[in-house]
Design a protein around this ligand. Sequence first.
Ligand SMILES: [Fe+2]
Length: 459
Amino acid sequence: MSSSPKNLKERLQYYGTPGKDFPRFDVNSPLPKELEPTLRYEAHLGLRALPTALNVLTFFNWLFSRVGRFRTMTGPNLQQWMPANLSRLRPDKFSDEYFVERRLNGFNPGKLNRVEGKEWQYAINYQTGRYKAEPGGILPIYSEARFVLRDRALYVHSIEYCWKNQTIVCYPTDGEKWEKAKYYFRSAEYVFQEIQSHLGRTHMNMDQYAMAFYRNVDKNPIYELLYSHFEGLLSIDKRGASLIIGNSGFLTTASALDMSSVDGILIEEIEVLSYRWSPAKQVLPDPIDNNYFDRAALAMWELLEKYVGEFFTNNQEAIQTHWPEIEAMSEDLVKHSILKSEYGTLEIKNLEDLKTLCVYLIYHCTFFHSWVNNKQYEDGGDVEYTAIGLWDKDSPYYDAKKVEERHNSQVKLMWTLASVHYNPAIEFAPLPLKKLLWEYRDRIEPGIPLGWIMMSINI
Ligand SMILES: [Fe+2]
């Protein structure tokens, strides 16, 4: 446990206008020293980052630039020389069975919706039309994959997408056309995985809670409960602002999107997210044998309710004694929130609200971020399988060298982001949480290895 940060209210400034810009730490201001990453964190990052993946690693850049053998990794061999990801280890990576499996358990889970009155029972629909693609970029207006439910299993039925004002429907018997439809779908999914699920729902959503927490909570026992789950968040969000979402960041350079599209979709995501949510609201209504995500998500939520419940029972008096800190936290949350009114408010009115909020925060900082972050290389580490940016070879804007560079930056960044495993919860969590994780491991593990669940969002 680090020493308690003091006077953070003055030293942690929000970006932009309250209630208008999505609430977050102003990355143009200095990060208070006590929130900077530990040396151990920097060492972990250094062990996993490729030379050009993170420009902050000046020492490693220097080192690699002097080791000729490593330099060839940045040349034409890069994609083949990268360590194999999950899809490269699957001879069936283009099969329809694997397609279904990854929609259930891959890096962007929880997107299937029940459909009534159709030949299919489930669908995933990505509306990409609101993104602006650069000239030559391939980005269907929408892309929908449909699935039939049979004997507790899903089977892909068809994919419909719209491209150049043409609606195209493909079926598994359509040969090359079918493979192309799946590739486009996986690419659309990748865009949403990064912007909505990863950046929006975890990094930026949690940033607003970390700000309200750091600025106001000090003596209240929930400081002890939450502090280690926010470790490294503001720091990585500050680095990520230029590395991932800025003009020269990964999303704008490796994909066919421009920066304002990325910002727009982040806002749309954050303005519907509230801590009054639980995974029970989005689980699939039918039992599906290999739906490991829902099983793990529900298990994690259940164990966190126990863990937080017990913490509140043991600390109830002190939590109430220092309630003015919670009121101040609540005020910051409400004042800066961009939550749409139909989704309620982020106000913390009572002990029950605070308990709900703590479960929600720990769930996202541990389990959900670990899922969408640590699985990035499994899916995104193989351009042949999926790419966050696609370009039309028939377009006059097509530049083969540039496309290759962009695909290289995709696999390098995915490797770094997915490989930094700093503070696994099963090693670093307080004993009561460790015990629960171990007790629930059979429900969590088919979906994600227990050792992949980290304490906080730090990469
Ligand atoms: Fe992340």
